[in-house]
Design a binder for this molecule. Structure first.
Ligand SMILES: Nc1ncnc2c1ncn2[C@@H]1O[C@H](COP(=O)(O)OP(=O)(O)OP(=O)(O)O)[C@@H](O)[C@H]1O
Ligand SMILES: O=c1ccn([C@@H]2O[C@H](COP(=O)(O)O)[C@@H](O)[C@H]2O)c(=O)[nH]1
Ligand SMILES: [Mg+2]
Length: 226
């Protein structure tokens, strides 16, 4: 199925149309948050979703890495947070995300690993004026997430058991409440992420096809903007 994104006709069938701009959604953005614990497979799945459905994949972790590489005054603080599994202050994260969205030619975003806590979530609503169409929640056991991270082999400074334990604590204490917040609003689509990457993507596709169908009907378009 990976080859579908390269095939013009097949991709045409999967691309989700742009939304109209409205008072609630002045930029006409479509936003999907992808959340789950460390190692649940967020980045793996976003990398599949983006080309297949015509979305821009924005990983806040990658934006922070890119900021470090510019020689930014925040570089040391960002690196320390990553090594310690702590979250970077919300104002910086939101600024980087906002800039990346503005730079993009695309208006449809799959946002990987954000919002991580209540402050992120509130800032996205009040400063960025974004409300997700839905939240993909990759549900995976702690044991499997640890196993994946310890085998990731991508040279990440946080892929060690000490940092992983700290990241899990942040996930359970700060990120899970954000998922519960959106769940109470009926926006969470929970996926069993314990399965193979291909099986997880098949389940995700069904959810995106629902979104595409809704966008295709003008009378439903408003309900998707928040
Ligand atoms: N469904 C899966 N089954 C087995 N391994 C997987 C699966 N999904 C991803 N992986 C592997 O697990 C590791 C972590 O995946 P990934 O980087 O996508 O997780 P993540 O949720 O983005 O983690 P982080 O929060 O640290 O960025 C990678 O080595 C990836 O290849
Ligand atoms: O919203 C965010 C996202 C990420 N961080 C910091 O980056 C690392 C790595 O993030 P991944 O998404 O897992 O690649 C994370 O542990 C945090 O230190 C953040 O602060 N806020
Ligand atoms: Mg990731």
């Amino acid at each position: 199925m990976e080859t579908m994104a390269k095939d013009g006709a097949a991709q045409e069938a999967t691309v989700t149309p742009n939304k109209d701009v409205s008072e609630d959604n002045p930029k006409g953005y479509t936003v999907i948050y992808v959340l789950g614990g460390p190692g649940s497979g967020k980045s793996t799945q976003c990398a599949k979703i983006a080309p297949y459905f015509g979305f821009c994949h924005l990983s806040v972790g990658d934006l922070l890495e890119a900021e470090v590489e510019t020689g930014s005054e925040y570089g040391k603080m960002i690196e320390d947070c990553k090594k310690e599994g702590r979250l970077v202050p919300s104002d910086l994260v939101v600024k980087l995300l906002q800039q990346a969205m503005q730079r993009s030619q695309n208006k449809k975003f799959v946002i990987d690993g954000f919002p991580r806590n209540k402050e992120n979530r509130a800032a996205a609503e009040s400063i960025m004026k974004i409300e997700p169409d839905f939240v993909l929640f990759l549900d995976c056991s702690e044991e499997e997430m640890k196993r994946r991270l310890l085998n990731r082999n991508q040279g990440r400074v946080d892929d060690n058991i000490n940092t992983i334990q700290k990241r899990l604590k942040v996930y359970f204490e700060c990120t899970l409440p954000v998922i519960n917040y959106y769940s109470a609003k009926g926006k969470v689509r929970k996926i069993d992420a314990e399965r193979s990457p291909e099986e997880v993507f098949e389940a995700i596709k069904d959810i995106f096809f629902e979104l595409k169908e809704k966008h295709g009907r003008p009378s439903d378009a408003r309900s998707l903007s928040g």
